[in-house]
Ligand binder design. Structure first.
Ligand code: HEM
Ligand code: HEM
Length: 172
């Protein structure tokens, strides 16, 4: 067991946990088609767009050396699986909010975040808006499932390999 673990930078830790909370809230307050047109889910939009806004600073902080090298406790295949899992989460952190933004624009629902008006990224249509809405919903569910598996792997590392993985991302 390593004595001195290298932790993620404070900025990456702050963004990691804020993103996790924002994704969870966005998911819990999400609503489907008809009700979106009738009552725009402002909190859903705000949390989802905040998730998107945090991706770029997160990637910059990583490139600037804020992430420690991967722990090799589970062998090279598990290191590769963790890298692919993290990449998939990053992909969803961009794709889910973007498809949601597109869906809201197609539905013609104004995105007014407590006074801050966010422009539409597509022309509004009447009736059905096409597959983007389903893609967004599937992506929204997928991100929760993947994050659950990711959290389970983190716990597995911590308590089975005893490599102190969780401490690398511990806020305090
Ligand atoms: C990580 C962020 C997000 C997650 C996890 C997420 C998740 C979801 C889920 C699960 C649904 C389906 C709800 C249901 O049918 O009961 C949904 C619907 C929706 N979301 Fe998101 N969402 C996110 C971000 C966003 C953003 C940023 C926007 C817009 C700015 C947005 C706009 C919408 C719209 C318009 C719908 C309704 C689509 C339809 O039924 O046609 N979402 N979202
Ligand atoms: C929506 C929820 C979550 C998302 C999107 C997410 C995403 C990520 C990503 C992309 C990384 C790679 C490092 C980085 O670039 O920041 C990471 C690392 C990590 N996450 Fe999460 N995470 C979520 C929830 C959780 C939860 C609930 C736990 C609790 C067990 C957790 C524990 C960790 C740990 C310990 C690491 C560091 C792994 C290592 O040392 O390589 N995450 N997470």
């Amino acid at each position: 067991m390593p004595e001195n673990i290298r932790r993620y930078s404070k900025l990456l830790i702050a963004i990691h946990w804020s993103t996790a909370v924002l994704v969870l809230i966005a998911y819990l307050v999400s609503v489907g088609g008809h009700s979106v047109r009738a009552h725009a889910p402002v909190l859903h939009f705000a949390c989802g767009l905040a998730v998107l806004a945090l991706v770029l600073p997160r990637l910059i902080a990583r490139l600037a050396g804020g992430a420690p090298p991967a722990l090799a406790s589970g062998g090279p295949r598990l290191v590769l699986a963790a890298k692919l899992g993290h990449a998939a989460l990053y992909f969803l952190l961009v794709a889910v909010p973007l498809t949601g933004w597109y869906a809201a624009s197609r539905l013609g629902v104004p995105i007014n975040l407590y006074g801050l008006h966010i422009p539409a990224i597509a022309a509004a249509v009447r009736g059905r808006i096409g597959p983007v809405s389903e893609i967004h919903q599937v992506g929204g569910n997928l991100i929760l499932i993947l994050a659950g598996l990711h959290a389970a792997m983190g716990l597995w590392h911590q308590f089975v390999y005893r490599d102190r993985t969780l401490e690398r991302m511990q806020p305090f």
